[in-house]
Design a protein around this ligand. Structure first.
Ligand SMILES: NC(=O)c1ccc[n+]([C@@H]2O[C@H](COP(=O)([O-])OP(=O)(O)OC[C@H]3O[C@@H](n4cnc5c(N)ncnc54)[C@H](O)[C@@H]3O)[C@@H](O)[C@H]2O)c1
Length: 336
């Protein structure tokens, strides 16, 4: 039996997926959808008794959902999220939490004051390959992590106009690195360029320094004719490789380290193991996790603080690229 009423605001390429997944989720009834574009509303509601609205306000007043997926363009997260919170509904705001840190802070503060559950759509946390990697790292399989490297490249998405590739894509990998390491980024350096006719950067290379000393590397752009989403975690005892899209996880053993406990004596090539992963759609796992948090009124797996931390690193990367200088994340967080 469905005990939670869900709604989706924004039915573009990501919002349509939220509506699809929520349509057949146990314990949930999708009670309404909204989009500023009537054609998108018509497409989502065609052939079913699902009320569609032109915007957030009427949806919230008439459908009274318990929780809402906010999947409008990033620049509109703040006004729509604040409307949802004012209506007393819990909310999943797509990543990045907002276009600016002050906006993110206002969303988080409003949700806390209203006592609603707020999560951010850092979907890769719910990728089964990432979860298995986290489990293995936590069990100490690789030993100390030396470097994490993410590559997230693909063609230019013409629909995204309000933010650059750093805000749009880097939060995915920044969040995963923070999650896997259980550590925060202290300092960043980035080089970014704008090659296609938009107002923002569309290619960048970023270096992250974590407080605990681990190095992070981000190779992210919208200028690559084939899609690639990968993560490499280099540890003392070997190297994990995740293909996010294929949901695969492999471990390349450092034979010298496994032969001798303690620090890195040397590095030699050992056997490679590919682990079996039970594939699941990350969006479904994410929304199930959020549903459970709303029902229990519990802290969600991805908190507002996680969303703000990822955005702060993205903002530091943008500033670093603009100033051609390293930037401390604390500087960005302290800025008025
Ligand atoms: N987690 C992920 O993997 C992932 C993937 C893609 C996009 N996203 C995020 O989802 C959000 C939407 O991205 P998208 O790619 O779906 O964009 P999109 O442009 O395809 O869709 C946005 C939709 O919002 C609608 N809209 C605009 N203003 C509105 C308003 N005031 N009220 C209601 N609807 C409104 C538009 O008509 C459009 O249909 C962005 O924040 C993006 O970063 C996340």
């Amino acid at each position: 039996m469905a005990d939670l009423r869900a709604a989706v605001i924004g039915l573009g390429s990501m919002g349509a997926n939220h509506a699809r997944v929520l349509s057949d989720m146990a314990g949930v009834e999708l009670v309404a959808v909204a989009d500023a574009d009537p054609a998108r509303v018509a497409k989502a509601t065609h052939g079913r008794s699902l009320p569609g609205f032109p915007g957030a306000q009427r949806l919230l007043e008439e459908a009274r959902p318990d929780f809402v997926s906010v999947v409008v363009p990033t620049g509109l997260h703040e006004p729509v999220a604040l409307q949802v919170v004012a209506a007393g509904a819990s909310l999943l705001v797509e990543k990045p939490i907002a276009a600016t840190l002050p906006a993110a802070g206002r969303i988080a503060a409003a949700a806390e004051a209203a006592g609603v559950v707020l999560t951010v759509g850092h979907i890769e946390r719910f990728n089964p390959a990432v979860r298995e990697l986290k489990r293995r790292l936590s069990a100490g399989q690789g030993g100390r992590v030396l470097q994490v490297k993410a590559r997230r490249v693909g063609p230019f998405p013409h629909r995204i106009r309000d933010v650059g590739v750093i805000h749009d894509l880097a939060p995915h990998d920044i969040d995963i690195m923070r999650y896997l390491l259980g550590d925060e980024v202290e300092r960043v350096y980035a080089e970014a360029q704008r090659r296609i006719n938009t107002d923002n950067e569309d290619i960048f290379a970023g270096m992250l320094h974590f407080r605990g000393g681990c190095l992070g590397l981000l190779d992210i752009n919208w200028l690559t004719p084939t899609k690639e989403r990968s993560l490499t975690v280099l540890c003392e005892k070997g190297m994990f490789v995740v293909d996010y899209a294929a949901q695969s996880l492999a471990f390349y053993e450092n034979f010298a380290a496994s032969a001798r406990e303690g620090g890195i004596a040397s590095v030699t090539e050992g056997p490679m193991t590919r682990y079996p992963i039970e594939n699941r759609e990350p969006l479904r796992v994410e929304l199930e996790s959020f549903r459970d948090a709303v029902r229990a009124h519990a802290e969600p797996e991805v908190t507002a603080a996680d969303g703000i931390a990822a955005l702060a690193v993205a903002e530091a990367l943008v500033r670093s690229a603009r100033e051609s200088a390293p930037v401390m994340v604390s500087q960005v967080l302290a800025a008025p």
